[in-house]
Every structure is written in structure tokens, then in C-alpha cells.
Design a protein around this ligand. Structure first.
Ligand code: CUA
Length: 150
């Protein structure tokens, strides 16, 4: 084997190891919730919100040209949301501005992450993956209301 081929293989192995340990470091040491894929079934294509207790919710979101459903969500301050996301047509992006949530909505697959909203306010959701002529209009909103209203 050529010495340059060996160098490329070693370099690729080192890079692969670095990426792998970066994921482990973020997941365990920094407690950043790395998005996960969960087993897909047709039930994920029915958009809905499930309230588990006073501050814990499950959101089953569906992306479709060119909207997220449910489009407008409201939760009280301090809520923790398990978010399950899929797509009804093409690949979409799902970014919650100011929260660092970055998921892909993939047809036939479900991605999941958990996000906690400590501060009241309006959090925009943007599609950040080009998905057709209406891509720039594809957005949603999560409103977090102050606790005193609940
Ligand atoms: Cu959906 Cu871009």
C-alpha cells in the first residue's frame, strides 16, 4: 500500500474518533441533548400536543410544504418539552431561534429532542433546509407565558 494512502486512512480514523468523542463530550459532560432518532410509525404523522403534567409536554410535530403543524404553541414558563418531529413530504429543517435546537424533519423517520424554556417570550421556529419555492415562509412560533398567568 502506498504511504500516502496509509496517511489518509490514519487521518480519516483520527477525524472519525475526534467527531465521536465530541458527540460523547457534548452529550455527557456538557449535558447538551444530542438529537436522537426514534423508531418511526405512522402515529408520528398526526400532529398533536400531549400534556404529561403541569410543566412537561410532548409535542408531535409534522413539517409539510411550507408549514409546521402545530404552527403556534403556547406553554408556561419553565416547561420541558419532548419534541418528536417528522415530515410529510420532503426534508425540512427545524430551528428554534435562541434555544439552539436544530433538528431535521425527514419523511419516514422521527427525530427527538428535549428542550426546556426557562424564560418567557416568543421563540421563532424556522426551516433552515431548502425545501422548495415556499421555503422562506416556513416558520412557526412557541410562546412561553410568564408563570403568574397560570
Ligand atoms: Cu421547509 Cu425549508
Amino acid at each position: 500500500m502506498n504511504k500516502y494512502e496509509i496517511r489518509v486512512i490514519v487521518l480519516a480514523g483520527l477525524l472519525l474518533s475526534a467527531f465521536f468523542f465530541a458527540i460523547l463530550y457534548n452529550d455527557f459532560s456538557r449535558n447538551i441533548d444530542v438529537p436522537a432518532c426514534v423508531t418511526y410509525s405512522g402515529t408520528f404523522k398526526v400532529p398533536h400536543v400531549k400534556k404529561l403534567d403541569r410543566s412537561t409536554y410532548e409535542v408531535y410535530g409534522v413539517a409539510k410544504m411550507w408549514a409546521f403543524t402545530p404552527e403556534d404553541l403556547t406553554f408556561p414558563e419553565g416547561s420541558t418539552i419532548d419534541l418528536y418531529l417528522t415530515s410529510d413530504d420532503v426534508v425540512h429543517g427545524f430551528n428554534i431561534v435562541k434555544k439552539g435546537v436544530n433538528l431535521m424533519a425527514v419523511p419516514g423517520a422521527t427525530t427527538k429532542t428535549t428542550v426546556t424554556f426557562e424564560t418567557a417570550g416568543v421563540y421563532r421556529i424556522l426551516c433552515h433546509e431548502y425545501c422548495g419555492s415556499g421555503h422562506q415562509y416556513m416558520m412557526g412560533k412557541i410562546t412561553i407565558t410568564p408563570k403568574k398567568y397560570y
